[in-house]
Structures are given as C-alpha cells and as structure tokens.
Write a protein that binds this ligand. Structure first.
Ligand SMILES: [Zn+2]
Length: 387
C-alpha cells in the first residue's frame, strides 16, 4: 500500500491503520491511539504479500519469529523477553470425557506468567521505536506486571495504577520490575482516568487495552502457534473474555492467514466465556446486539474477567458472529472446580479464568454446539503463581 508520510513524500509502508468501526484509514504515525473520527480502536492492516507458513516464521525463538505478520519495520528490533512459543498441550483424559480432541494453550509459561506479555511486547516495541519518554497503564492484574517488565527491557520508566483490592502478587511483581505503582481506592475505571491524566501531564504513552493499536498484533501469535501446532485451525476455541484483545486478535489473524492462502478458510468457531457475575458480552450475544451495555455491580473472583465495559465490544461480538461461535456465562464456583480438574487430572497449572474455558466447553458440548470428535482449544491465560 502506498501512504502519505508526515513529511509529504509517498513511500511503501509495511502497515497502516484502519478503524475497526468506521473504517477510517491513516498511516501508522508515531504514538497512534484510537480513531480520530469515532474514538474506536484501530486495527493494523498489512501490505498484501504472497507467502506460505514457512515464510511466516523468520526462524529463531519466541513470538517475533512471526515478524512478517507483526508491526515491525525493516531494520527495527523488537523489545522482547522471548515471550510466546507456549505449548498447545493435549489434555486427553479430560478430552475423552468430553468426547473431543482437547488442547490447552498454556499461556502461563510466558516470561511474567501470563498472555499479557505478547500484547505488551508488541505495544512497547512500537512505543520505544516512536521515542516515547515513558509508559503508563491501569491494571487490575497481569497487564501491569507485563508492562513493567517490557518497560524495564526497553529502558523506559513505567507508571502503573492498580485498584486497592488487586491481588498482592501483582503489585509485588510490578515493583520488582522497577515500576512506580500507585494504588487507588476505587475501580479499574478510576485507574483508567488517572492513567489518562498522567499521560496528558507527563507525555507518557498510555498502553491501556485497545487505546493503542498494537497489543492486538502481539496477541495474534497465540493463534499462529496453534495453527502451526495442529497443522491447521482447530474446529473451536474457547476464550475467557475480559477486554477481549486475544479473541479479536485470533479472528483477525485467521482471516489474514486465509487472505494469504496459508489456510483454506478461517473456520474456527470462537466462543467467549465470562463469569455470571460480569457477563456483558454474553448478555449482548443472547440479545443479538452488536454492542454491549456496561455491566453494573460486576462481581467475580476471576480478576481477568472483571471488565464491565470493553472498548472492543463490537469487535468481540463481530468475531463471535462471523466465526459461527457464541458466548457462555459460567458461575465462579464452576470455573474454580474446572481449574482444579485441569490441575488434578492433567497437571495443568491453571488459573480460574482458564478453568472457565473447560466449564464452558462442557456446557457447549452438552448443548450440542461443540460436536463429538471436534478439535477444541481452551485458553489458560496465566499460571496460578501470579497471584
Ligand atoms: Zn473510526
């Protein structure tokens, strides 16, 4: 694609930005945030190229071996801790009970213990390349720790705003990575307001979920690794959905692979699982809506799922609809029991959110939405030790 640069000359760019909502397109300028036309998230669009899966990986280790499909320009180096390359682990004992070919994508093996590492490696890579003076994030969990580590790696100061009731392990990890942690007597939304103010005052770059375009790109590598491991896309994927970045990313990259001719079609059905105590996406799905209303009085032990309102709600619901998937709400107790089951029967180090995917898969199997013999991938987003 040809884009106009700020200096006015026209040159071939590897990627540009397209609004996921109103389709407004613009060059990927430094410090890009959300669409200036409508305030919704940008999606990265790549120049079309012909390739095959072998060429998609440039070799080496970690998620940046997929750099051809990531927002890295020629001559740039990523900010990386060799995140990614997590196993798509067969769980045959539990799978046999369900009558499906079952796998756990075990994201707890990442450098700071969660899937957030992928998105923040990508976001910090671009922010560092753009020359930002510092980074800021509101976090109720693993994103703060991940940003702290990648900020340290990039030599950039990091400010993290966390709600007072955040598990102690989160704050400890942020501080270990040298971040300036501010605890807030309030909700994650209050932390978000403070992060925005801090960015305004200091020039720090705000890497909140979907406030910048590149965390989605890092999360794409989860599905790239699954396709690689299984030799193609699975029949179904069950994803614990808070902000939904990974789900949006999975659908995005399956379509990119289809356009590139790497896979025949992006046929994986994506299912969203949320807690019954905070299920805005599930409610919107059941009501056939294209956007989700804010969930009031959110209450769940699954911190990663305590997201009453997601900026990318319409992208999540679109991915569920286009992929032929759906959405399921599960009580906390059932999620916890399923996490215990993954641990006790398969040795998987799962958090409650990961357990939620098994609980949801069981319900989808009972309702016939997942059929016998299908290949099904569950996502375990973090390991238990992070709390
Ligand atoms: Zn827009």
């Amino acid at each position: 694609m040809e884009t106009e640069t700020d200096s006015g000359d026209r040159r071939e760019e590897k990627f540009e930005l397209e609004c996921g909502y109103c389709r407004h397109r613009q060059p990927a300028r430094p410090r890009s945030t959300v669409c200036p036309e409508c305030g919704k998230p940008f999606l990265v669009r790549y120049r079309e190229r012909e390739t095959d899966l072998r060429e998609l990986t440039s070799g080496g280790r970690g998620m940046w071996r997929f750099r051809e499909l990531l927002p890295l320009r020629d001559g740039e180096e990523p900010v990386t801790l060799l995140e990614g390359d997590t196993p798509c682990l067969p769980v045959p004992t539990v799978g046999e009970d369900l009558g499906v070919d079952l796998y756990v994508k075990d994201e707890g093996r990442n450098p700071t213990g969660s899937f957030k590492d992928r998105g923040l490696s990508a976001a910090v890579t671009r922010a560092a390349a753009d020359g930002v003076p510092g980074l800021v994030i509101p976090s109720a969990g693993n994103a703060g720790a991940a940003l702290s580590a990648y900020g340290a790696r990039a030599g950039l100061p990091v400010r993290v705003y966390i709600p007072e009731d955040t598990p102690e392990g989160v704050e400890r990890r942020c501080r270990r990575f040298g971040s300036d942690v501010v605890t807030v007597d309030g909700l994650i939304t209050d932390c978000g307001d403070l992060a925005a103010e801090y960015a305004e005052e200091t020039g720090a770059f705000n890497v909140s979920t979907l406030q910048e375009p590149y965390r989605i790109e890092g999360k794409k590598t989860m599905m790239l690794e699954i396709v690689e491991a299984l030799g193609g896309p699975p029949d179904a994927m069950v994803y614990p959905t808070g902000g939904g970045t990974g789900l949006i990313a999975s659908w995005k990259v399956l379509n990119e692979l289809e356009e590139l001719g790497v896979i025949d079609d992006a046929h994986t059905r994506l299912y969203s699982v949320q807690s019954e105590g905070c299920a805005p996406i599930v409610r919107a799905w059941r009501e056939g809506r294209e956007e989700a209303e804010t969930w009031t009085d959110a209450e769940t032990d699954a911190f990663g799922l305590r997201v009453p309102s997601a900026l990318g709600d319409f992208l999540i619901l679109r991915a569920l609809r286009q992929s032929g998937g759906g959405a399921v709400a599960v009580p906390d107790r059932e999620m916890e029991d399923a996490a215990d089951e993954l641990g006790a029967r398969e040795g998987v180090n799962a958090v409650i959110e990961g357990g939620g995917t098994l609980a949801a898969a069981r319900r989808l199997r009972a309702s016939g939405e997942i059929e016998a013999g299908e290949s099904v991938v569950l996502f375990n987003t973090a390991n238990l030790l992070v709390y």
